[in-house]
Design a protein around this ligand. Structure first.
Ligand code: GAL
Length: 449
């Protein structure tokens, strides 16, 4: 429950990755002057150039339209600033985070880069590579408009280090409505895995070869994560707190068995598809179902599909009343070249205007509670309503928040292997022994019920 949501930061030894970052960290760059600095002398550093570099992984049709709308808000406010966007292809940031780590370690952090709230920023925080932004939160009055659950995920040791731009929901099934209608399938009845698989059987019998469409490795891990959530909030909480350590854990093996069955309805070329390629196959009607976060809504918009008429959604079976969280944030890295514009960017990201320009296109709901709901389409209006009454909210592991980064990466590898060998025992062994191996990295203990 939201009221009970708290994050307990447990002081244990620093993460392995943190140690690595700290030991390799470049010397602290000298402070950069502001644009109003006096004329430079031979000894003073160069004046701040009026530019802003922004890294993100929003490269699909819907994502690009959304970030362009946000950049436009910034550009309108600060017309003299040269904005350089660096989009890095690769959903969920799996590719970009490696690039960012290299830049930050080299003392060359971009002025702004996309990241996920929660664990993903922890190694940077632990290594002293982020500036606290409590003042910005205060000046912008953010505490009054950002829900508690999100506020906690933007903090380390009780201080703010990031601002959220959105709240994405991850436990969503997207469906092609005419395919379901044609086959007499009522999506509101698909609340259990049995009912869902029975619908898949029906579609198969009617000639839909692969009723479920899936993409590359991380999207398989994304689907598996939702199955883990469908095992119940207690199990999910134990999982993200590093407490599932027995390979014969009945819920873990059950989740893998369900995923094995799920895979029997999945397109065999999944490893070659991006997440949006897989979503497009629901748009074209090649497949009926796709488990994906609600950034998928942006692709349905681009394809000019109408929610409720051409496509629809339901909560992943077994997760009704739960809201799986993926929260995109920006932060203020230490030593950036354009600190003034970096802070301006954070303000635009956190603003009502910025969020109401970005999120209606992106598919997410605003991180702010004072969003102008009339700007959001019917899917998002239903998501806003669901968020308000959600019984449980759970932070996504695949999307950087719920568990240490190394686990997120390993999970994707293990699940990717599982999609080909379908070996439940092997996957359960691999997942639990890795959890034990990195036990010291579980420095955040979640209480999400
Ligand atoms: C998520 C990200 C979303 C969306 C998605 C696919 O991790 O936070 O905003 O972009 O990946 O790339």
């Amino acid at each position: 429950m939201r009221g009970k949501w708290k994050v307990l930061l447990v002081l244990v030894s620093l993460l392995a990755i943190t140690a690595m970052i700290a030991s390799c960290a470049a010397p602290t760059p000298s402070p950069t002057p502001t644009a109003t600095s006096p004329t430079p002398t031979p000894t003073s550093p160069p004046p701040e150039v009026n530019a802003l570099t922004v890294y993100h992984w929003w490269t699909s049709g819907g994502e690009k339209a959304a970030i362009d709308a946000l950049v436009k808000v910034f550009a309108t406010k600060y017309p003299d600033v040269a904005i350089m966007q660096t989009p890095v292809t690769g959903g969920a940031g799996f590719t970009m985070m490696g690039i960012i780590k290299t830049l930050v370690l080299a003392g060359d952090a971009p002025d702004a880069f996309q990241m996920h709230a929660g664990y993903e920023g922890k190694p940077y925080f632990d290594a002293g590579l982020l500036d606290p932004i409590d003042d910005l939160w205060k000046e912008e009055g953010l505490e009054a408009v950002i829900p508690e659950v999100v506020r906690h995920m933007c903090q380390f040791d009780g201080h703010y280090y990031s601002v959220p731009v959105n709240i994405h929901r991850v436990n969503v099934v997207w469906y092609n409505k005419s395919l379901l209608d044609k086959n007499g399938i009522d999506p509101t009845t698909l609340t259990t895995w049995d009912a869902f698989f029975a619908a898949c059987d029906k579609l198969k019998a009617a000639g839909v070869q692969y009723p479920i469409q899936m993409g590359e490795a991380w999207t398989a891990a994304h689907a598996f994560e939702q199955i883990v959530a469908s095992m119940g909030i207690d199990f999910y909480q134990d999982w993200i707190n590093g407490k599932i350590t027995a390979a014969d854990d009945p819920k873990l093996t059950q989740a893998l068995e369900i995923f094995k069955k799920y895979l029997s309805y999945v397109n065999p070329d999944h490893a070659a598809l991006t997440w949006d390629d897989a979503t497009k196959r629901i748009i074209t009607g090649e497949g009926a179902f796709n488990i994906m976060g609600d950034w998928a809504n942006g692709e349905f918009y681009v394809a000019k599909m109408t929610y409720g008429e051409d496509y629809g959604t339901f909560a992943v079976p077994g997760t009704e009343g739960m809201y799986g969280l993926c929260i995109d944030v920006f932060q203020h890295p230490k030593g950036v070249k354009h600190p003034t514009n970096s802070l301006r960017w954070l303000k635009v990201v956190a603003s009502k205007e910025g969020q109401d320009a970005f999120n209606p296109i992106k598919g997410s709901i605003a991180a702010r509670t004072d969003a102008d709901i009339s700007k959001y389409g019917p899917y998002q209006q239903s998501a806003i309503a669901d968020f308000k009454v959600a019984k449980y909210m759970f932070p996504s592991v695949v999307h950087g928040s719920g568990a240490p980064e190394s686990f997120k990466v390993k999970l994707s590898d293990i699940i990717s292997g599982f999609t080909t060998d379908l070996d439940v025992n092997k996957a359960a062994q691999a997942l639990t022994s890795y959890t034990k191996e990195i036990s010291g990295e579980y420095t955040i203990q979640w209480s999400i019920k």
